[in-house]
Ligand binder design. Structure first.
Ligand code: NDP
Ligand code: ZN
Length: 352
C-alpha cells in the first residue's frame, strides 16, 4: 500500500509498505477523510518525538472498516467509523487508574504516527477496536467527522482539565482549532465570560461564533493588562492554554484568581522549565492549580462528542477552511499546515 511518511527528521515523502496485519482485538480501516495536525508538523520538522524512519504520518481519520479480528464484537467490515488520535490499551493498569492516554507509559496512548504507522495510508491498523472506534452516523459528513479525532476532544479536554463550572470567567489562550474547540466547550459548560486570545481575523470571527465574549489580541499589548481591565483587576476563575510557550504559564498564573485552575493542552516544544512566578503563585500558597494533559481518546468520548454534533450543540465544521479531494492531495495539505497561511484553520482531505 501507499502512505505519506516521515522519512527522517525534516524529510517527508510517499513510500510503499505492507498492508498492516491485525490481531484478534484489532481492526483494519480504509480512510475516507484525513486531516493533518500541528503535531504532525512538530513531529517532522521539530523532531518533537525524536527520529523516525519511514513512519507513515497522520492521526486524524474517519474511514470504512475493511476487516476486524476474531474477538471484535461491535464492529464489522463496511462500518463507517471515526477513530480518535489517541488509542489506548483499555485493559492497561494506567487506563484502570483513569489515565488511558498514558497506557504503556507516559503519553503512550498516542500510537498513530508515534509508535506505529499513522493514517495517511491506504489502510491503517486500530488496536483495541471495540474500545477505540465509534460508528459515525450518516448525519455527520466525513469532513466534519475528522474534527472529532483530535481537535474536538483535545479542546474539550482542556476545559475538563481547567474544571470549568457554570458562571466561571474563563481565559482561553490560543484560538487555533484546538483553542476554538475549548472556547465552544467552555460555553457548553456554562462559562459566563470567555476571553479568547489570538490575532488571526478568521479565528477571532469563529471564536465569537463559538461563544467568546471578549477578544484579546496578544500582539496589541500584554494579556495581563487586558485581563486586568476586563475584570476590574479581579482576574479569571479558569484558564485553558492552547497556544503560546513556556512563558505563557507566567501570564496564566498572574491573571488567575486564588483557587483557580489552569488546563494546558498546548505542546511545549522548547525550554527546560515552565515559568511559575513566585509571588503571583501566592509564594506557593495561592491554591492556583496547574493541570496539563494529553487527550484521553477512546470510543465513549467519540460517542459523547458525536451526540453533541447530532443535537446541534456544536458545529466543528466551522474549523475547516481548506478542502482537498484525492489521496494524493495529502502532501499538499500537510505542507499547507506547515506553512500556516493566515487564513488557515484546518485543512481536510476527502479520499474517494
Ligand atoms: P495553532 O498553531 O493553530 O494555534 C495556536 C494559537 O496560539 C493561535 O491562536 C495563536 O495566535 C496563539 N498564540 C501563539 N503564540 C502565542 C503567544 N505567545 N501568546 C498567546 N497566544 C499565542 O495550534 P492548534 O490549535 O493546532 O494546536 C494548539 C496546541 O495544541 C499545539 O501546541 C498542539 O501541538 C497541541 N495539541 C495538543 C494535543 C493534546 O492532546 N494535548 C492534541 C493536538 C494538539 P495567532 O492567532 O496569532 O496565530
Ligand atoms: Zn492531531
Amino acid at each position: 500500500m501507499k502512505g505519506f511518511a516521515m522519512k527522517k527528521i525534516g524529510e517527508t515523502g510517499w513510500i510503499e509498505k505492507e498492508i498492516p496485519s491485525i490481531g484478534p482485538n484489532d481492526a483494519l480501516v480504509r480512510p475516507t477523510a484525513i486531516s493533518p495536525c500541528t503535531s504532525d508538523i512538530h513531529t517532522v520538522w521539530a523532531g518533537a518525538i525524536g527520529d523516525r524512519k519511514d513512519m507513515i504520518l497522520g492521526h486524524e481519520a474517519v474511514g470504512i472498516v475493511e476487516a476486524v479480528g476474531s474477538e471484535v464484537k461491535d464492529f464489522k467490515k463496511g462500518d463507517r467509523v471515526v477513530i480518535p488520535a489517541i488509542t489506548p490499551d483499555w485493559n492497561s493498569l494506567e487506563a484502570q487508574r483513569g489515565y488511558s492516554m498514558h497506557s504503556g507509559g507516559m503519553l503512550s496512548g498516542w500510537k498513530f504516527s508515534n509508535f506505529k504507522d499513522g493514517v495517511f495510508a491506504e489502510y491503517f491498523h486500530v488496536n483495541d477496536a471495540d474500545g477505540n472506534m465509534a460508528i459515525l452516523p450518516d448525519t455527520i459528513d466525513d469532513a466534519t467527522g475528522v474534527m472529532l479525532c483530535d481537535m474536538m476532544p483535545t479542546g474539550f479536554h482542556g476545559v475538563e482539565l481547567a474544571d470549568i463550572q457554570f458562571g466561571d470567567k474563563v481565559l482561553v489562550i490560543g484560538i487555533g482549532p484546538v483553542g476554538l474547540m475549548a472556547v465552544a466547550a467552555a460555553a457548553i459548560r456554562g462559562a459566563s465570560e470567555i476571553y479568547a486570545v489570538g490575532s488571526r481575523p478568521n479565528c477571532i470571527e469563529i471564536a465569537k461564533e463559538y461563544g467568546a465574549t471578549h477578544i484579546i489580541n496578544y500582539r496589541n499589548g500584554s494579556i495581563e493588562e487586558q485581563i486586568e481591565k476586563l475584570t476590574d483587576g479581579k482576574g479569571v476563575d479558569k484558564v485553558v492554554i492552547a497556544g503560546g510557550d513556556v512563558d505563557t504559564f507566567a501570564t496564566a498564573i498572574q491573571v488567575l484568581k486564588p483557587g483557580g485552575r489552569i488546563g494546558n493542552v498546548n505542546y511545549l516544544g522548547e525550554g527546560d522549565f515552565v515559568k511559575i512566578p513566585r509571588a503571583e503563585w501566592g509564594c506557593g500558597m495561592g491554591h492556583k492549580q496547574i493541570a496539563g494533559g494529553l487527550m484521553p481518546g477512546g470510543r465513549l468520548r467519540m460517542e459523547k462528542l458525536i451526540s453533541l454534533i447530532e443535537t446541534g450543540r456544536i458545529d466543528p465544521s466551522k474549523l475547516i477552511t481548506h478542502r482537498f479531494t484525492g489521496f494524493d492531495k495529502i502532501e499538499e495539505a500537510l505542507l499547507l499546515m506547515k506553512d500556516k497561511p493566515k487564513d488557515l484553520i484546518k485543512p481536510v482531505v476527502i479520499i474517494e
